[in-house]
Design a protein around this ligand. Structure first.
Ligand SMILES: C[S@@+](CC[C@H](N)C(=O)[O-])C[C@H]1O[C@@H](n2cnc3c(N)ncnc32)[C@H](O)[C@@H]1O
Length: 261
């Protein structure tokens, strides 16, 4: 299966580090969801977010679904008390109205048409249930000082994602996708591990830069044979941001919380 980030073993570790870094940003505003008792994460990958969902909702039944046996095997090793299901999200083996919270993190960006997945979610969600979609908006990437090699690499990354049938701009399309399902949008916000002048701890600055380098590097396999700047040049530019107190990384991922009436 052609997949932008690949299913190599290093990818599962990257997803764990990614989930840890963004975890404090991901669950802001979720108090309004109350205490859901049946939760599904679609595209759970190696289970990185399942662990945090379990900590947040310890009494809930938690189900993780993914199309990749490799990812699910890692999820099986990393979680306890979670039901793991191998399936395409477009046709899920669940009854109507069986969940009161369905979450997706970085999944719709990888599909050519999100509609079949969203209408499946609508089917398995009970009335009054919540949907949480967290997705990329890759054109929003900004670096200061300018990092031309990194930006050029990022463009190649996004071109490749589109060639593979994905959508690196889906984050800003979430509100109309929700409206088409008849869902009521409760919040729509931006978040990301960004770097600004007030990020003073060196280890934190390194982690943020490393997060972006890891994400870009995860596409190297898929970028073989494609024109893009050599990765060591990208690394050089981005690592220079760690020691520059005026450096900025400003990226805007999107999270939407919506409710089925
Ligand atoms: C970038 S990973 C994110 C994993 C996890 N949500 C996280 O944040 O760590 C995207 C996952 O979605 C899964 N996926 C993509 N399209 C899918 C589909 N149509 N049906 C089921 N899983 C899918 C991939 O196999 C992959 O594990």
């Amino acid at each position: 299966m052609s997949y932008l980030h690949s299913y190599a073993p290093g990818e599962q570790e990257r997803l764990r580090r990614q989930a840890e870094l963004i975890q404090p940003l991901l669950y802001q505003g979720w108090e309004q969801l109350g205490q859901p008792s049946n939760i599904l994460e679609i595209g759970c990958g190696s289970g990185a977010q399942l662990t945090f969902l379990q900590q947040r909702y310890p009494k809930a039944r938690l189900v993780g679904l993914d199309r990749s046996p490799e990812q699910l095997e890692t999820a099986r090793q990393r979680t306890q008390g979670v039901e793991l299901v191998l399936s395409q999200a477009e046709t899920m083996p669940f009854q109507d109205s069986s969940f009161d919270l369905v979450c997706l993190y970085w999944v719709l960006e990888h599909v050519a048409d999100p509609e079949p997945i969203l209408s499946e979610i609508n089917r398995i969600l009970r009335p009054g249930g919540w949907v949480c979609l967290s997705e990329v908006h890759n054109p929003s990437m900004y670096f200061y000082p300018e990092c031309p090699r990194a930006l050029e690499f990022w463009k190649a990354y996004n071109r490749r994602q589109k060639e593979l049938g994905g959508n690196p701009e889906i984050g800003v399309q979430l509100p109309y996708l929700a409206r088409e399902q008849g869902w009521e949008m409760a919040s729509f916000r931006t978040f990301a591990p960004n770097l600004y002048g007030h990020t003073t701890e060196r280890t934190e600055r390194e982690q943020i830069v490393q997060f972006w380098l890891d994400l870009m590097a995860s596409a190297l396999e898929q970028l073989k044979g494609q024109a893009h700047p050599a990765f060591p040049e990208v690394e050089l530019e981005l690592r220079a941001l760690v020691d520059n107190p005026r450096a900025v990384i400003d990226y805007q991922a999107r999270q939407m919380l919506a409710r089925k009436p």
